[in-house]
Design a protein around this ligand. Structure first.
Ligand code: BGC
Length: 744
């Protein structure tokens, strides 16, 4: 049989062979494709099985320190089951042909890629999109990304990143949904639904990969790849829920994280990969390592060589080795020496083959590599429009004194100044893989396209993003003096956030702060447009500049989206998914902190505070203004006492008291006043994004159930505890209405 397969060398032969064999009863067969997988596994050598457990990068695009030059030889030799960083219908087809036509069994390859915030049409960075609090739009952006990616031969995206982060020094905070468990979980699920669409195997879907499991976002001191150390309670209560939500939404795969946790690197961590993921959560997809993290267990100091590291990983529950090549190098010998059970290899290969069956690759290995579909799908007008729509919803208005914004489109002279004002490359942010920055719209271009023909638009760069030269100040000051209003675009370069991009300072880099001060001195109305991948410490700006827009990195349509907001075609409704600190010394600072035994009392020295800084953030979680104003009425409760079986209806009248139609994210928070363990001062438990006409009121209702009041109790069982609760409703986590109820 093997000879026959070898001679004919075609996937259809494998398919026929599988069909014949699957007609015989298999003792292992249970779920879909189990018969075929059993049959295939029976044909495979140990080396071929290990090959399926291996993922290598192509030479297209590399995200880590190593690259295998000879990955095509690896494909031919059956040493690799999946390839990443290869996309494009023609390219993926070429590589697939090697696997299908030139290997003994013709098992098709799986193609993965970091499709993080759009594929060709780039959407806002995930942290920006999270600011929209618009789950439908977030799902839609992932859906479009999946459509484009799958049309280019991709089967698998390494997203969503579900790492909670409460440390803006960590550059990868930009890839996630921010600091909150509830919001993070909802967004993680929406992204998975978007990527996987109507199901794995649909031509316009890609499988999702929940990363980085686990607690990568809690790297000490915000330094990337650094140690994570936390109690099991915090791990389970804060960091794990978004991964779990993504898995519950159907995510097919999980990626490990680089960090250690409780002394064990995630990639060798059986507690995480087997006990929690497989046993508690019943995850039945496959687990891939992050990049060379198997190899990195040597540097971590838990494995002395490649064999020890490979054994640790496979025994912990890892199915696929990304890029280290350690499974390839060591597993066969480990099994032959009786040091690793072959069953572990079989299980891992089974999971990976199952995914390939589900994707339909055994029916047609080229089904996703379709040049016509690629041409029709990629960057179509409708997708660009969707990107612009999500982008404007992601903008957060941080300050707007005296209603400086929106500006009039017929303003006579508008100066657009700043190193980010016409910085095309930066617009698509980091991790924009296949996105073409040359197609991005800058702020200057957006403004020019958005103003009336009578408006004169002046432009000066002012300075570079990150050096100390003030030589361009003069020109900027000159045009600022001529203008009726100034748009000042400052912030970070796209490279300053994302992987391996931690910062110890959260100030504006280079001489930008100086530039802002020089421009402000002129005395013209200034709108500061921030572009950045993390919260920045902008206290002086907040005190001094009348209008501030947080625009993050908004993607291909950035300039148009910001222009829509500046001229009032779109009323901003974004809310911060992460707290803005006043200074780095406050970090970690997040809204759901504990009260402590000595809560802040400014009159009492011996309470929890700083000598040289306030406890308050600059902007709280959930904060964001609108061109209109919203008034919140008092909270009504359906009862003052409930039992665990009851539902409590909490409602509040919200009124648009301003002159513009606008959207408001109405937020619900809860506090458990006394527990067997301490509870956060407040926790988000619900939100609704609603539209209001001027003068319109809505009675906004939330239902609280026992699940919303449950937590890990002292004995780590999950459930609620009787006692007093506070409930809050507001437009951010600081300015809220409050009521109380008792759980009997
Ligand atoms: C990153 C992952 C990414 C992988 C593949 C790693 O360096 O941590 O998030 O998916 O590279 O590109």
């Amino acid at each position: 049989m093997n000879n026959l397969v070898c001679k004919l060398n075609s996937v259809s032969v494998v398919a026929i062979t599988l069909f014949v064999i699957s007609c015989q009863q298999s003792p292992r067969a249970s779920g879909p494709f189990e018969n075929q997988i059993d049959s295939l596994l029976a044909l495979m050598t140990l080396e071929e099985k290990v090959g399926q457990l291996t993922l290598f990068t192509s030479d297209n695009d590399v995200t880590g320190p190593t690259i295998r030059e000879n990955y095509k030889d690896d494909i031919k030799a059956g040493r690799v089951g999946a390839i990443f960083n290869a996309f494009g219908a023609a390219y993926t087809r070429k590589l697939q042909e090697i696997a299908v036509k030139e290997t003994r069994l013709g098992i098709p390859l799986l193609f993965g890629y970091d499709v993080i915030h759009g594929h060709r049409t780039i959407f806002p960075m995930p942290l920006a999109e999270a600011s929209s609090w618009d789950l439908e739009s977030i799902e839609k952006s992932a859906r479009i990304a999946a459509d484009e990616a799958s049309a280019e031969g991709l089967h698998w995206t390494f997203a969503p990143m579900c790492d909670i982060s409460r440390d803006p020094r960590w550059g990868r905070i930009v890839e996630g949904a921010g600091e909150d468990v509830y919001l993070g979980s909802k967004i993680a699920a929406a992204r998975v639904k978007g990527f996987q669409g109507n199901g794995v195997g649909e031509l316009n879907s890609v499988i999702a990969c929940v990363k980085h499991f686990a607690a990568y976002g809690a790297a000490q001191a915000g330094r990337d790849y650094h140690t994570t150390d936390m109690s099991d309670r915090v791990l389970r209560e804060v960091y794990l829920p978004p991964y779990k939500a993504a898995i519950d939404a159907g995510a097919e795969t999980v990626m490990t994280s680089f960090n250690e946790i409780d002394g064990v690197p995630a990639t060798g961590n059986k507690y995480l990969m087997t006990d929690i993921l497989r046993k508690e959560w019943n995850f039945d997809g496959f687990v891939v390592t992050d990049y060379t993290s198997i190899m990195e267990m040597i540097a971590h100091g838990v494995a002395e060589d490649s064999s020890a590291a490979a054994a640790l990983a496979i025994e912990a529950g890892i199915d696929m080795d990304m890029q280290a090549g350690f499974f390839n190098d060591a597993l066969v010998n480990l099994v032959k020496a009786g040091k690793v059970k072959e069953d572990l290899i079989n299980e891992a290969a089974r999971r990976i083959l199952k995914t390939k069956f589900e994707l339909g690759l055994f029916d047609d290995p080229y089904r996703y590599s379709n040049p016509e579909r690629e041409k029709e799908t990629v960057m179509k007008a409708e997708y660009l429009e969707a990107s612009r729509d999500v982008a404007r919803k992601s903008i957060v208005l941080l300050k707007n004194d005296k209603q400086l914004l929106p500006l009039s489109k017929t303003i006579k002279r508008l100066a657009v100044i700043g190193p980010l004002a016409n910085a095309r490359k930066e617009m698509i942010g980091s991790w924009s893989g296949a996105g073409d920055w040359k197609k991005a719209i800058t702020l200057l271009e957006g403004i020019k396209a958005g103003v009336s023909p009578e408006t004169q638009v002046l432009y000066a760069k002012g300075c570079n993003i990150d050096d100390d030269s003030t030589m361009y100040f003069k020109e900027a000051i000159q045009i600022a003096k001529q203008a009726d209003a100034i748009l000042l675009a400052v912030g970070e370069g796209a490279w300053m956030s994302g992987e391996a991009a931690s910062r110890a300072s959260l100030d504006l880099p280079g001489v930008q702060q100086q530039l802002v001060e020089e421009i402000q001195k002129i005395g013209k109305p200034v709108v500061l447009v921030l572009m950045n991948g993390r919260p920045l410490t902008i206290n002086w700006i907040d005190k001094t500049i009348p209008a501030i827009l947080e625009t993050w990195f908004l993607g291909t349509q950035a300039g148009h989206a910001i222009t829509d907001v500046i001229f009032g075609n779109h009323n901003p409704s974004g809310k911060l998914p992460v707290t803005f600190p006043r200074s780095v010394g406050q970090i970690p600072i997040f809204y759901s902190m504990k009260n402590t035994g000595r809560p802040l009392d400014l009159k009492n020295k011996y309470t929890s505070k700083y000598l040289d800084e306030s406890n308050d953030p600059l902007y709280p979680f959930g904060f964001g203004l609108s061109y209109t104003t919203f008034e919140y009425g008092d909270i009504s409760l359906s009862g003052k006492e409930i039992t665990a079986k009851d539902k409590l209806v909490v409602s509040c009248k919200v009124t648009n008291t301003g002159k513009h139609a606008g959207d408001e994210v109405v937020q619900l928070y809860v506090r458990d006043k006394v527990g067997s363990v301490t509870r956060p001062v407040m926790e988000l438990k619900g939100f609704q994004k609603l539209s209001f006409q001027p003068g319109e009121s809505k009675n906004v209702e939330f239902t609280i159930t026992d699940a919303d009041l449950s937590f890990y109790r002292k004995d780590m069982s999950i459930g609620s505890e009787p006692g007093l609760f506070e409930v809050f409703i507001g437009g951010n986590s600081r300015d809220v209405k409050k009521a109380e109820f008792e759980l009997k």
